[in-house]
Design a protein around this ligand. Sequence first.
Ligand code: ANZ
Ligand code: ZN
Length: 821
Amino acid sequence: MKKYTPADIEPKWQSVWAENKAHQTSEETDKPTFYALEMFPYPSGEGLHMGHVRNYAIGDVLARFKGMNGYRVLHPMGADAFGLPAENAAIQRGVNPRAWTLKNMERIRQEQSRLGNSYDWDRYVGTCTPEYYHFTQWLFLLFYERGLAYRKKGTVNWCPQCATVLANEQVENGLCWRCDSEVVKKDLEQWYLKITDYADRLLEGLDELTEWPEKVRAMQRNWIGKSEGAQISFTIPELGLTEVPVFTTRPDTLYGVSYMVLAPEHPLVPRLIEGKPNEQTIDQFIGQMKKETELSRTGSDVEKIGYDTGAVAVHPLTGKEIPIWVANYVLMDYGTGAVMGVPAHDERDFLFAGKYGLPIRTVILPPGQEHGKNDEMKEAYVDEGTLVNSGSFDGMSKREAISAITHHLEEVGSGGKTTTYRLRDWLVSRQRYWGCPIPIVYCDSCGVVPIPKEDLPVTLPEDVTFDGKSNPLTTSDSFRYTSCPSCGKEARRETDTMDTFIDSSWYYLRYTDPKNKELPFAPEKANEWMAVDDYIGGVEHAVLHLLYSRFVTKVLHDAEMIQVDEPFKRLFTLGMVLKDGSKMSKSKGNVVSPMEIIEKYGADTARMFVLFAAPADGELDWNDAGVDGIYRFLNRVWRMAQQHVELVHEKPEVKLEDSVAQGLNRLLHQTVKKVTIDAGDRYQFNTAISAIMELVNGINAYPAEGDRGVLAEAVEKMVLMLAPFVPHITEELWHDFGHESSVHKKSWPTYDEKALILDEVEIVVQINGKVRHKSVLPATADKAMIEETILAEEKVKALIEGKTIRKVVVVPGKLVNIVAQ
Ligand code: ANZ
Ligand code: ZN
């Protein structure tokens, strides 16, 4: 018998597929479309890791499954190829970032092919190529034309290690998302995209994304952080100001205010402290706070620190004076940068007031309580209740008071309803070389001038120095100095490049029309495929990439470039691959290299293992014995199929005359049903594979003299069902069966619900609760018939001889219990 040698058959079929362009997107426009997409990789110098293998295996199974189910499938791949590692390699090893990246891209492409993934390579997209970034620049200009790209000076997050600014989304717990360095604050003039204009639509859109994991939707909701409340104006007489607003979600607690707090960076602070006793201390405090991150100031375990400015504010309703403080826990870039302190009903204020001896005034009583007991308070009371000490609003519920007080403030001109968001505009400037140049020049006469679209792309220069200290683009005179597109005079080019998340926010659209030289994509091409039906990737992109892509899609929708306004219909986030319980990493020395596994066992084993070893959304613990087990299983499949080559070829008639043949037929239909639903619809690849394993066992146990028709059919369909999971071995076996065309072009097997119905069932007979006998009855038998048949059986009669039957309990399809004494 021919031996299973993945090292021969896998490369063989891969070249056949490449030659035949087997994975090219088909032009059969009468078929329904299916867009299957895996997040494209960053082409690092290390090649693919097991997480990639798992990600691509899922996408590939879905793409192949849909193809076999009559869809016209788009399944593209590319590389997210701009970014810092290339530049760091240039700084550390003197290599050219472009050459370094292109080499890595090629390597990854080879490895992806070696996995047997069915990508349409003709649509390959690398974001660092001028053909691609031409249109990243085009998009930037579209944003600019629509008033959605602007330049602003402000306090930004700066990573000293990466020597560049970061967007808010790229600061995780105060650390740089890429290198984990502590992020500091800096004042710089930078480009922003106005994602805040889309805050409400980004939020509302989440409700429609019912096929996204709830976890991801919740993370985006939190990130957008919509908060409804009121703006309330206080007066500061010594500055002659009547409208210093605070933002609060609890206007009902207005009578409980005992102080006001400004963020240390609040523009009024220097004027308030001038000449006051705390002036120097507060000045120092401001300097210190400017360097700190949001988390180090507002984390729940961070101590609250503040200083009395010595100035007072006047309450808009009571006219009473309250002290104005500055404190670390109030942030300048949220709400108005000013807060009304209500210690009795806000936890942070409670701690702050306790520490600095500020008064605590109860204005909300818990239901059923008649008096406030401030001296006994151990924590702020934040729940529902009834208003007290609140003038004419006494007796109202929290909810009533929120609207009544807000309404009253509106009437007296001291405030009103307002909504704030946590979301900030997307800071997209990066002081780095290996990114997409921002297509803008600065002219002394004309100011900020966008490069005309017909002059794109602005390409990256080669005459740059990588010293690791400053933006290399500033070292290229040929790049920096240019002429103004509008007046022709000398002008300077913007030397910042774009955040690489812009590159990846639209690549899925480029795949629909990858060679277009005029536009990022033709609307009709994108509309043919969008939205992506299945998008598969890591949960680490829950906010960053997935939020940015949604934003960009909405802008392109508004620009009438595309019909849909959500890019990804269904999202699947896969779990991590671990080894011995911890994440595979170089530093832990526990990395299992995909290419080594492929060399040893073949790509089919690697694919099947990552799909089988754990549910796709859970963590997968790498386990060598498990890989071995899969390899043995594929060998078993191989031997069984080889044994039956003649039989399958012959295709005897399926007769189903005896119960053994009917049994195998039923198992076959059950398996088809389970695999179709689990793998095709529920991302349950592990259970789908177990079902096929059971079928293999069933075929193995089938008697040699049994009905040959059903056996041939079971073997053939088993190979068909395995095809999306293990594309090489199945292609080889399929051809061994005598077929000329590819197994991957065959239709997916169907199942017959009728064949699933059991004709007969085994009934357990218990006597006084003990199992004594088993009997086979028609599956359709009802209670009365079961009881009658069982009691009439000789064996049963013998067992209860001499006893009186007290009771008979019948569970149809399962058991009969006879109580006899
Ligand atoms: C008075 C008050 C009383 C508040 C009370 C809460 C409870 P969310 O839900 O996150 O929007 N706040 C407003 N601006 C702030 C800033 N720049 N820095 C820090 N805290 C700020 O929270 C809104 C609440 O956070 C606001 O409502 C304000 O405190 C505080 F019993 O105002 B509240
Ligand atoms: Zn000019």
